[in-house]
Design a binder for this molecule. Structure first.
Ligand code: LRH
Length: 433
């Protein structure tokens, strides 16, 4: 039997899921799970990539102990973050996207390339953490001068397994530097910002075979976790989706990027998919709820939190996407301020967070329908957040759409799909990496 291993790492947890075909369907088994999170070091938020690599290897070990016939593996992670090499193997500290180091440089980037010009060229949303801004902070601090190579997070982990350095298209589109026309890094952007061209070679497409780790083939999936999630949704027709995890990514597949002024105004992103464009928007997601829980009731199980939210009568809505919620020192205080200090019970905080999320889904869907000129009947929800029946109900009420919440690991399914469909088709040209 051929089995395949999907390694899916989000900003708060990672999992190893083995998949195989049986009786005409796809069967899966989770074999390993581990927590993830950025930590503070020298006044910055950083990722411990060596610890991540250890967990990746631990999980592969667990998969091999459970199944002896794993044919290939692939890794997807959250977007935008990257490693810089100094010399052959050594890494400079790896910053996490919620670190505040880009705050001072965004205006400098936009002086060289106004945002509307960037949007017209790439179709990538504005987020303060986009790779394009993080790199400018590296340039200003002198880190970029020291850098001999750059890999996005999943590319680095795959490289450490099989020794091949590849750059994958879907994740590259989260950098804010990939041309919406050519699907390759935009050389005019690199030139205008003074980023060395050598760090941004030609991109590889999902499905490319890279090399081997302990007898298992290493394959490039759609390495941006959201791209894998969208690929993993068993959808009838083409309907909007929410990939609901640390972030809620709400969007729809379109044939091509849409870089018109209305899309720019709504801050819709155009990110790479497997043969289509993902026209989608970042919404603050379960980050709000998880951070509130850490502060208010770390030991309370989620089921109880949801019950408390349901029981509260609080009707206060806040703007779930307000920048104040992105990386606050205290999420509770951020809610207090946004709600004018009117939240009283724990249930009030969580109800306010869930209702505000549902309301931002409504607003984003309205923009999506207006900008695509299409009215949709359904909304697919996948990812951890899809299991929350209370939030699903609120979403159905707020949007007026039929919510199809699938309690599946869509990201892992999309990761597996690329391995299963493309493994025999493509190989990286010799000499790359
Ligand atoms: C979701 C995600 C999202 C990005 C963010 C950094 O995990 O990849 O698509 O915007 O993380």
């Amino acid at each position: 039997m051929n089995r395949y291993l999907a390694i899916d790492i989000g900003a708060s947890s990672g999992r190893h899921i083995v998949g195989w075909r049986e009786d005409g369907g796809l069967r899966t088994k989770e074999v390993y799970r581990f927590p993830n999170g950025a930590r503070e070091e020298g006044g910055h938020l950083v990722w411990d990539v060596e610890a991540l690599l250890r967990e990746v290897k631990n999980g592969i070990g667990a998969a091999k102990r459970t199944f002896s016939d794993i044919r290939s593996l692939s890794i997807d992670t959250w977007g935008v973050d990257y490693v810089l090499f100094q010399g052959d193997r050594e890494l400079l500290p790896v910053y996490a996207y919620r670190d505040s180091r880009t705050e001072d440089v965004i205006a400098q980037v936009h002086e060289k390339l106004p945002f509307s010009e960037l949007y017209r060229r790439t179709g990538c949303q504005f987020q303060p953490f986009n790779t394009i801004y993080q790199l400018y902070a590296d340039k200003v601090s002198g880190r970029l001068d020291k850098a001999t190579d750059l890999l996005m997070m999943p590319e680095y982990l795959l490289y450490r397994l099989c020794g091949v350095r590849a750059r994958e298209y879907t994740n590259a589109t989260t950098t804010g530097m990939v041309s919406a026309q050519t699907g390759e890094f935009d050389e005019e952007i690199l030139k205008a910002l003074g980023y060395p061209k050598s760090l941004f070679p030609k991109l590889s497409r999902p499905g490319t075979v890279l090399g081997e780790y302990e007898g298992i083939q290493c394959v490039l999936c759609a390495t941006h976790d959201t791209a894998s999630a969208v690929e993993g949704i068993p959808m009838e027709g083409n309907e909007p989706y929410i990939s609901s995890g640390t972030w809620s990514l709400l969007g729809v597949k379109t044939p091509k990027p849409m870089t018109d002024p209305a899309s720019e105004k709504a801050n819709y992103s155009n990110e790479g998919g497997v043969g289509y464009n993902r026209y989608q928007k970042n919404i603050m997601g379960m980050w709000l709820v998880n951070e509130l829980q850490k502060e208010l009731c770390p030991d309370r199980p989620f089921g109880e939190i949801v019950k408390a939210a349901e029981a509260s009568a609080c009707q206060i809505l806040v703007d779930a996407n307000a920048p104040e919620f992105f990386a606050p020192a205290s999420m509770k205080s951020a809610f207090d301020r946004a709600a004018g200090h009117r939240l009283k019970t724990e249930g009030d905080y969580f109800r306010c967070a869930y209702r505000s999320l549902a309301d931002s889904y409504r607003a984003a869907l309205e923009e999506l329908e207006r900008n695509t000129g299409t009215t949709y009947g359904r909304l697919y929800i996948v990812g951890g957040g899809a299991k929350n029946t209370f939030l699903n109900r609120l979403t159905e009420e707020a949007t007026g759409k039929q919510v199809i919440a699938l309690p599946i690991e869509a990201t892992a399914l999309g990761n597996l799909k690329l391995q299963m469909e493309n493994i025999y088709k493509t190989a990286l040209p010799a000499g790359r990496g």
